[in-house]
Design a protein. Structure first.
Length: 348
């Protein structure tokens, strides 16, 4: 199927189509019983994400069940620091744990030459998903590759895992800007390598997840969120001019317009806190918007979910738009609520 016949890619390249294409962040995951069956077969998350047969099957599961307009690679943003040589473990009930990166010696221990060999299983997953979509008759479904944006990945690397305020990361950015810039520059180049490999393997669009962009001051946001993303977008567009790039600077607030203008992304994700009607005044009309239903509204389901979704649809009619959530779907989400949401959007 040609790109022009895939609803998601048409929206990402500036076409206003109705009903809008849809997919959901973290659409492959623990809320699906078929995912839980496969998860039990792997010793841990890293094995699950780097075993192409398992990761490809998981990527395809929500497409079979719900018929979304996009499959997004089943992986994790922290597999890039893992590929660079930083330790990584996923602990039950605790999430990702890494050795905190705090010194120049810690940074010097990372090796960009490791990335391509390390990500080959992920590249194979992309190839397998692209072939699986064709073989299973999902001709209208596009394949999205992704990576974490440099700042958000740096947050986990410096903190050694998740954090409420990312104090160590921000302290490094302020107190040792040269070291922090070296880290951001390393991640920017490695992200280009990572996303280019996914595109070469068959990804038809890519997305940059900057989940913690909103913890920064405006000047630091410009320096550590916008500038690295601009470099990534510019470099990839030179190599792959027809592959759309979606930015997701979560919690950017009013900075979203400047982010879009400077980075050159063709689409931008709105987080749950954003007012879609306001965002339309900040972002050029040829840039696709994506989002932004609260994942907990889907947990609740019923009239509350449907009314929230209808409000987003009303605000987005007439411009390039991809229906999605404002953050990832959560494990306790009833699958029947997702089915009802799909039915509503398809009937818009």
């Amino acid at each position: 199927m040609e790109t022009r016949d895939k609803p998601l890619l048409r929206a990402l390249t500036g076409e206003s189509a109705w009903p809008p294409p849809m997919w959901l962040m973290r659409q492959a995951g623990r809320y699906l019983p078929e995912y839980r069956v496969l998860r039990a077969k792997a010793s841990g998350f890293i094995e699950l994400a780097t075993t192409p047969a398992l990761a490809a099957e998981i990527t395809l599961q929500p497409i079979r069940r719900f018929g979304f307009d996009a499959a997004i690679l089943f992986s994790d943003i922290l597999l890039l620091p893992w590929a660079l040589g930083q330790g990584l473990a996923y602990l039950e009930g605790e999430g990702p744990v890494l050795p905190p990166l705090r010194t120049a010696a810690d940074l010097d221990a990372l090796d960009a030459s490791r990335v391509l060999p390390a990500i080959q299983p992920i590249v194979e997953t992309v190839r397998a998903v692209r072939a699986g979509l064709t073989a299973e008759g999902h001709a209208g479904c596009a394949l999205i590759g992704f990576a974490g944006a440099p700042f958000t990945v740096a947050c986990y690397m410096v903190e050694g895992g998740g954090s409420r305020d990312f104090a160590a990361t921000k302290a490094m950015a302020y107190a040792n800007p040269a070291l922090f810039k070296r880290l951001i520059d390393l991640l920017t180049a490695a992200t280009v390598t990572y996303l280019a490999a996914q595109i070469e393997a068959g990804a038809e669009a890519v997305m940059l997840f900057d989940s913690w962009a909103g913890v920064l001051s405006p000047s630091q946001f410009q320096m550590h969120v916008t500038q690295p993303s601009q470099t990534i977008v510019t470099t990839l567009r030179q190599q792959y001019p027809h592959v759309p790039i979606i930015g997701f600077p979560r919690l950017a607030g009013l900075l979203i317009g400047d982010y879009v203008g400077r980075t050159g992304v063709q689409a931008v994700g709105m987080d749950t806190s954003m007012d879609p009607a306001l965002v339309t005044t900040l972002v050029p009309s040829n840039v696709a918007l994506q989002g932004n239903l609260d994942p907990l509204a889907v947990v609740a389901g019923g009239a509350a979910m449907l009314e929230e979704a209808r409000g987003i649809l009303r605000a987005m009619r007439g411009r390039p738009f991809v229906f999605n959530l404002g953050h990832g779907i959560v494990p306790q989400t009833p699958i029947e609520h997702v089915a009802a949401l799909v039915e509503l959007v398809r009937a818009a």
